[in-house]
Design a protein around this ligand. Structure first.
Ligand SMILES: [Zn+2]
Length: 257
């Protein structure tokens, strides 16, 4: 009898999780009303540089993320006046839970649950209305951290964790990464080769129709880089050099098969 009750409870939880994932996916990719996205800065270095950078962050520093997403949505025929709205939230003191590396399915589930609970706490403490998508940006001091861990964006839970640099000259490049992770939360997949980081052809090319094909000068957002020739590639400096490709537009519901 206890065994049956335990199984029933487990099934109930799995059912709730499946329903909320289904509902989240539906409500974030139907594009019939504005999608609210919150950017939460986090001082990752615990020093003056990162602290000052975050203290000086103003909404206009992240404004190009919303401009980019809305410009591209319009290009794909989304007609509502403001498809996404990206707001800057107050800094979060608590750091997101670390992801266990090489973890199994159960640990992954536990990790994602911890991240969701963390995101709820952060939103509650901000005192602002809860956004549908929550992106936590961990700012590192570039003089201590030369390379940062991988950023992630999860469609299940609608949460992203971005690693970025606390440097004025990096602000617009950070925004390219933030836009990439936002699109992961909407169901977009990566479009580069994980071994070589080369953009995949044709899906990872902003302009796969160009003739000659190289050099490309714009990057597909989920490829993150553009190909100069078949072996070399470059990162875009700003979102002005980035497009949402046809495959990504299909994945996030801007177009339909
Ligand atoms: Zn990615």
């Amino acid at each position: 009898m206890w065994r049956n009750i335990r199984i029933a409870i487990l099934l109930l939880f799995l059912g709730i999780a499946a329903y909320s994932n289904w509902y989240d996916r539906l409500s974030t990719t139907d594009w019939d009303e504005t999608l609210y996205i919150g950017v939460f800065p986090i001082d990752d270095s615990d020093n003056e540089v990162a602290h000052d950078y975050i203290a000086r962050l103003t909404p206009d520093r992240i404004a190009d993320i919303e401009q980019f997403l809305n410009r591209e949505a319009r290009r794909y025929g989304i007609t509502i006046s403001r498809p996404v709205r990206v707001d800057l939230y107050p800094p979060v003191v608590e750091k997101p839970p670390e992801r266990a590396s090489g973890a199994g399915a159960l640990q992954n589930m536990w990790g994602s649950l911890k991240l969701r609970m963390y995101a709820r706490r952060a939103v509650r403490e901000s005192g602002m209305p809860p956004p549908q998508i929550r992106i936590f940006v961990r700012y590192h001091d570039p003089s201590f951290t030369k390379s940062v861990p991988h950023s992630v964006g999860m469609q299940k839970g609608l949460v992203g964790v971005v690693h970025a640099f606390a440097d004025r000259s990096m602000t617009r490049t950070n925004n390219v990464v933030i836009a990439h992770e936002i699109l992961h939360t909407l169901g977009a997949s990566d479009k580069y080769d994980p071994e070589t980081l080369m953009p995949l052809f044709p899906v990872g090319y902003a302009e796969p129709e160009l003739d000659p094909l190289h050099p490309q000068t714009l990057a597909e957002v989920m490829a993150g880089r553009y190909a100069i020739d078949s072996r070399t590639f470059e990162m875009p400096a700003t979102l002005d050099e980035v497009l949402v490709g046809a495959a990504t537009a299909l994945e996030i519901g801007w177009t339909h098969p």
